[in-house]
Design a protein around this ligand. Structure first.
Ligand code: 5GP
Length: 178
């Protein structure tokens, strides 16, 4: 069985417009004197993050850091279930942190990760996701900024992959099994 690309669900123009709106919401909430640490979750969110931060105003103090994690995928919410492949370079203690993720599905990865980050004592911790498959949620995750709610179908492009493929697509498309 193989995969092929299906129809476009979100075009590059639609994504670009929404990314601008999200950046504007983030900047308004941050206020003038705030500094932000934007934490991208590798690899998928890197594409979204780089577009998002470039839409933030110059006056805002913006730092960017990345993490690479894997959730052990069980239903437990206890900490210690996130395996860190690559950790943040800088401390987030006392910082206003926004975690940027490509897609939230069951919510397990993000909820485990947020628990871990909370234990590092940031002043605030918010979540920005490009895509939300809300029908599939197994655990509650507070999403502060959401690009698009999408149905429960596998998508690729704009950072999202299928077995490592198709991250480089400018549009987000469905994948068809064949
Ligand atoms: P969760 O822990 O929320 O179930 O998993 C989120 C992760 O599942 C995402 O970071 C992503 O790697 C993967 N994922 C969930 N749905 C999709 C999808 O439609 N397309 C792709 N490429 N990855 C997905």
């Amino acid at each position: 069985m193989g995969y092929k690309l299906g129809e476009v669900i979100l075009s590059r123009d639609t994504i670009a417009r929404r990314v601008k709106e999200l950046a504007s919401d983030i900047a308004n909430d941050a206020g003038k004197d705030k500094s932000l640490v934007i934490v991208g979750i590798l690899t998928g969110a890197a594409f979204f993050l780089t577009d998002l931060v470039r839409e933030l105003p110059e006056e805002l103090d913006v730092r960017v850091d990345f993490m690479s994690v894997a959730s052990y995928g069980d239903d437990t919410k206890s900490s210690g279930v996130v395996r860190i492949f690559h950790d943040l370079k800088s401390s987030i203690e006392g910082k206003n942190v926004i975690v940027v993720e490509d897609i939230v599905d069951s919510g397990l990865t993000l909820s485990h990760l947020l628990e871990l980050l909370k234990s590092r004592d940031p002043t605030s911790l918010k979540v920005c996701v490009l895509l939300d498959k809300y029908e599939r949620r197994k655990t509650e995750v507070k999403v502060d900024y959401c690009g698009f709610r999408i149905p429960d179908k596998f998508v690729v492009g704009y950072g999202l992959d299928c077995a490592g493929m198709w991250r480089h697509l400018k549009d987000i498309k469905y994948v068809i099994e064949e």
